[in-house]
Design a protein. Structure first.
Length: 157
């Protein structure tokens, strides 16, 4: 695919993501962030295999930004121990991501992917419970995304 078509495809994808973001509730936004982080980690693994250091670093930098936004969206007033555990997990993931970047360590990235998938499965699993209770759109441990977080939801590669 030539660069003109790649650019057009990227813009089309961006419009699709922006549309999803504008119509998503806070629960869905967190799910999208989790998925975006996992995808960035998978891309980093690919780039390590291809020995593309710059692209690997860019993917991990995007993953770091997403995880940092997930951490920033934690609602400490309503989340209790769960928020404390998620904060510790996100801190660990951030540290491991930096280490994986420096060492080009695929095993660390694999571990981080497993951790993030576990969080995503748990998060997606509570959606039905939350919706069944007709709870407010704000989740116990996901506050409304800030303007900074809206910017970070750009998943285009």
């Amino acid at each position: 695919m030539n660069s003109r078509y790649k650019k057009a495809a990227g813009q089309y994808q961006q419009v699709g993501v922006e549309s999803q973001i504008s119509t998503a509730d806070p629960h869905k936004l967190v799910s999208m962030l989790l998925n975006g982080a996992i995808e960035r980690y998978k891309k980093a693994l690919y780039f390590i295999d291809q020995q593309k250091t710059v692209e690997k670093a860019e993917s991990l930098t995007k993953a770091l930004a997403i995880v940092d936004n997930l951490k920033a969206s934690l609602n400490y007033e309503q989340g209790g121990v769960l928020v404390e555990n998620l904060e510790a997990l996100y801190d660990y993931v951030l540290r491991q991501t930096l280490l994986a970047n420096v060492r080009n360590d695929k095993a660390i990235i694999d571990e981080v992917i497993v951790l993030m998938k576990t969080v995503q499965e748990g998060w997606d699993g509570i959606r039905g419970q939350v919706m069944d209770k007709k709870a407010p759109t704000q989740q116990p441990f996901a506050s409304e995304p800030s303007e900074k977080e809206h910017v970070s939801l750009n998943f285009a590669a």
